[in-house]
Ligand binder design. Structure first.
Ligand SMILES: [Zn+2]
Length: 321
């Protein structure tokens, strides 16, 4: 199908994998086995015991290690000739702008929409193709984005939803095989991008539900007034820091968008994950060793965390998708 020329192109290509959780590790393994020659892996988190049931690459011996490094070690054993570079860091505008322009394709292993908008801005700004992919519960969606040849993520979702408006994968859970299935679809799109296949369909949104067997394909159109690919306003690259370190082990995180939060609804969804209760006008959640106090305007105080990037990661993972 790819031929010798296609394999040569894959071997010479550079892929950037953002996020090394379930989706990211399956995607990275498939990329390497397909013959991609250079792979950079970005993730700031550590491997947790609870990750092991749905990831590729990690074993119990990796628990506590940085995900990017553990994934890189496993991938070097799978594909010794490949150049693999782990980056253990929070994905912020500076890092996105540093890494995305060096890649031929960027793949999505992220767990929040905020970081996806950041990647979308960096890729559209520099004309780098990327594959948007998200998984939740029993289903996933994926769409190749080729700047100049189809829609971008903000053509599909113009603005981030208000905090707490949609369930996160941390709340709804993910059926084990779903990330593996969506990884296969997104790597196929990446192979088409890297080999310049005429069959690549920018803007083709695939929705796949493994539990019901539903598979749907829709064609997303480019939005002429898209703030990102239309007006070329890269708001997520330009946004100021949303965090401030307060005295003691505490960080304040500001919401990305304004609007009142449904604290009771959020509490009900988070209850399965940790202790969550509404106290007067605030929601208090204990999760991942930290305590989040969430205010009705979406602002949160994260206690037990002194690293602002870690606080923002917790916020984006549990409060805003
Ligand atoms: Zn757009």
């Amino acid at each position: 199908m790819l031929g010798r020329e296609g394999q040569r192109k894959l071997g010479a290509s550079r892929a950037l994998m953002v996020g090394c959780g379930a989706l990211g590790t399956h995607t990275a393994e498939l990329l390497l086995r397909a013959g991609v020659g250079n792979l950079t892996l970005v993730d700031r988190d550590l491997v947790a015991e609870t990750d092991l049931h749905r990831v590729a690459l990690f074993t119990p011996a990796d628990v506590g290690r940085p995900k990017a490094e553990a994934a890189a070690d496993a991938l070097r054993r799978i594909a010794p000739p490949a150049a693999i570079a782990p980056v253990v860091a929070h994905l912020d505008p500076r890092l996105a702008l540093d890494l995305a322009p060096k890649a031929d394709v960027v793949l999505d292993g992220l767990d929040n929409l905020e970081a996806r908008y950041l990647i979308n801005d960096a890729c559209v700004k520099h004309g780098i193709p990327w594959v948007y992919t998200a998984v939740l519960a029993t289903y996933g969606v994926t769409m190749p984005i080729v700047p100049g040849r189809g829609p971008c993520l903000r053509c599909l979702f113009p603005d981030p939803p208000p905090p707490g408006a949609i369930p996160t994968c941390a709340e709804a859970g993910i059926l084990g095989p779903v990330p593996a299935a969506l990884a296969a679809v997104q790597v196929t799109a990446a192979i088409q991008i890297l080999t310049r296949s005429p069959d690549l369909a920018p803007g083709r949104l695939v929705h796949l539900d493994l539990w019901t067997g539903l598979a749907e394909t829709t064609s997303v159109e480019r939005a002429p007034d898209c703030p990102c690919c239309g007006k070329r306003r890269f708001e997520f690259l330009a946004q100021p820091s949303r965090t401030s370190v307060l005295c003691g082990d505490s960080v304040q995180v500001l919401p990305r968008t304004h609007g009142d939060l449904d604290l009771d609804g959020l509490a009900a969804r988070l209850a399965a994950l940790g202790k969550a209760r509404v106290q007067g006008r605030v929601l208090v959640v204990s999760i991942e060793g930290a305590q989040l106090t969430v205010f009705p305007d979406g602002r949160a105080l994260v206690k037990g965390v002194s690293d602002p990037d870690r606080a923002q990661t917790l916020y984006d993972r549990y409060i805003a998708r």
